[in-house]
Design a protein around this ligand. Structure first.
Ligand SMILES: Cc1cc2nc3c(=O)[nH]c(=O)nc-3n(C[C@H](O)[C@H](O)[C@H](O)COP(=O)(O)OP(=O)(O)OC[C@H]3O[C@@H](n4cnc5c(N)ncnc54)[C@H](O)[C@@H]3O)c2cc1C
Ligand code: FES
Length: 511
């Protein structure tokens, strides 16, 4: 498959292919148009189609070509921002609803897999939350009773995770988590949507999105779909200019996949728990290939577009892995992706703020998009069907969580600081300094250009000014993309937009 959000290949892309592209080529209509064929969009479309709704899904890349192709696909109710933090932000009842929704999401995936007979390596596995080097045991001691209060009464404090070769030290055991192959799951969902009468058009960019009585989505090719409701499941909403983007921050995260002998590491999920919740953590699982396994280790996150050392970060992950997993062989996969971190830990799922009542969004997944995306399916289906949903309030996109005000202010100050790049010199003085296959930002009079030199030596010049709100993009050498350091818009090396909030390309410019 052709990835759209980077040039590296994940273990999932290497071991499965999703259905071929099929662009929309006519005007049409539907009850609901879902934009985005990742886990959120396809789960929403699947559940709506099971309710008898006539659904159309649009994606401008292939099915599953966004972050769902780059995930590590842990399915967990061990919320990565900790239950004691959720209690602080949303109260005991809010933390309980969050735990309940993530547990229900794993159950929902299991049910869909069984119902639709999806061969996607779904398995119930145990998860273990352990301490990083210099970690504080207090984190586990605080988390255990908070998780119990949230209703996860099966969680226990253990002396170590069940690994013979590595003593993790004390850890919390989370039973009945899950894992699967995300692209095989999406392929199964896509077939099930079509069996239920839905349509999926990939290679089709949604350019204009208009809710209200005459709701419609217009594609770049000029085709129009009229509908009763629209769901924007583009990971980061492309129809919301400001409201949501001041409440979440884009982080780039890195993954390696090391070949290991079959069965040498058990099928469990592992996460370390730094004391500072904004610090990157490691996440570990095993994937299966013909004849051998792949140990999948992620971490080393940084704010998107603000660091340029991907190769070193993959190197650190490799070192971290080799220090703990003596069976780790050749590193077969190195990839990265982006997660949207909400300032108050929970995704934004529901009606799009400041928009018509029939426009919905799902975003702010943090590192929990498999379950948040599935929750989006359940919650948005209820909203569209006119049913009450107990989780609607905690995921309400227009919410303002006062206890998260400090993080909100710090992240938005960081965004404002990025605008200083408009007046600084370029990364280099002359295009002669750009090697083949690389890019750089150059000053050009009062503005800046993003210049990519392709493998044949030909230069591709475009504006370096992000079309969302005007920050200067930076070159991501690991994925060969232009990344915006403000709200996480990303463009491929030729300037084609591949991640919102931007919804159009970097305009080409002349020398
Ligand atoms: C390295 C990494 C590891 C992760 N690990 C985990 C994990 O272990 N567990 C977990 O729960 N989560 C994890 N996550 C998070 C999770 O993968 C994501 O949150 C989730 O895949 C997002 O799904 P989505 O459907 O919202 O978005 P996506 O999968 O990105 O889908 C959005 C789609 O929208 C399309 N699109 C965008 N704009 C338009 C437009 N204008 N018109 C048409 N189509 C458009 C894109 O092409 C894309 O296919 C991880 C993420 C990364 C990057
Ligand atoms: S993503 Fe907002 S300015 Fe670029």
């Amino acid at each position: 498959m052709q990835p759209t959000s980077g040039t590296t290949t994940s273990v999932w892309m290497a071991t499965a292919s999703t259905p071929p592209e099929k662009p929309l080529n006519k005007n049409t209509s539907a009850n609901v148009v879902v934009i985005g064929a990742g886990i959120a969009g396809l789960t929403i479309a699947y559940l709506l189609s099971q309710e008898g709704k006539d659904v159309i899904v649009l994606d401008d890349g292939p099915i599953g070509g966004g972050m769902t192709a780059r995930t590590t696909a842990h399915l967990t109710n061990a919320l990565d921002d900790r239950f004691y933090e959720l209690e602080r932000l949303f109260g005991e009842e809010g933390a309980r609803l969050a735990a309940q929704s993530h547990s229900a999401a794993i159950d929902q995936v299991e049910e869909i897999v069984a119902q639709e007979r999806i061969d996607c390596e779904f398995a119930r596995v145990d998860g273990y939350l352990f301490l990083p080097t210099n970690g504080k045991k207090q984190v586990l001691e605080d988390e255990l009773p908070a998780a119990h209060r949230a209703g996860l009464t099966g969680i226990r404090l253990l002396e170590r995770a069940p690994l013979e070769f590595w003593d993790t030290g004390p850890c919390l055991h989370f039973p009945r988590q899950g894992q699967f192959h995300p692209l095989k799951y999406l392929t199964g969902l896509a077939h099930a949507i079509e069996r239920a009468g839905g349509h999926i058009y990939s290679g089709t960019h949604a350019e204009e999105i208009e809710g209200g009585d005459e709701a419609r989505v217009t594609t770049t090719s000029g085709y129009e779909i009229t509908c009763d409701a629209i769901v924007v499941a583009t990971n980061c909403p492309v129809n919301d200019r400001i409201a949501i983007h001041t409440k979440q921050a884009p982080y780039t995260t890195y993954v390696i996949g090391a070949r290991i002998p079959k069965g040498s590491v058990p099928d469990i999920l592992l996460w370390d728990a730094p004391a500072d919740l904004w610090e990157a953590y490691h996440y570990i699982r095993v994937a299966h290939d013909d004849g051998y396994d792949v140990l999948v280790v992620g971490g080393e996150d940084h704010k998107t577009g603000q660091q340029h050392d991907g190769a070193q970060r993959w190197g650190k992950l490799e070192q971290w892995t080799r220090n703990r997993f003596p069976m780790a062989g050749e590193i077969e996969f190195r990839w990265s992706g982006q997660v949207m971190e909400p300032f108050d830990c929970l995704a934004f799922i529901g009606r799009n703020p400041l928009d018509a009542d029939n426009v919905f969004i799902a975003t702010g997944d943090s590192g929990m998009g498999m379950t948040h995306g599935t929750i989006a399916g359940m919650l948005i289906t209820d909203l569209i069907m006119g049913r009450k949903n107990p989780w609607a309030e905690i995921y309400e996109p227009s919410r303002k969580t006062l206890s998260a005000a400090k993080d909100f202010a710090a992240e938005n100050a960081n965004v404002m600081a990025q605008y200083a790049d408009l007046v600084t010199p370029g990364d280099i003085d002359s295009v002669e300094e750009i090697p083949k296959g690389e890019g750089a930002v150059l000053r050009s009079g009062l503005t800046k250009q993003a210049v990519y030199r392709d493998e044949d030596g030909i230069l591709h010049r475009m504006s370096a000014i992000c079309v969302h709100l005007g920050c200067v993009v930076t070159w991501n050498s690991s994925e060969k993309t232009w990344d915006c350091p403000c709200h996480g818009s990303r463009y491929d090396r030729f300037g084609t937009v591949c991640n919102g909030p931007a919804n159009s390309d970097l305009p080409p410019v002349n020398e």
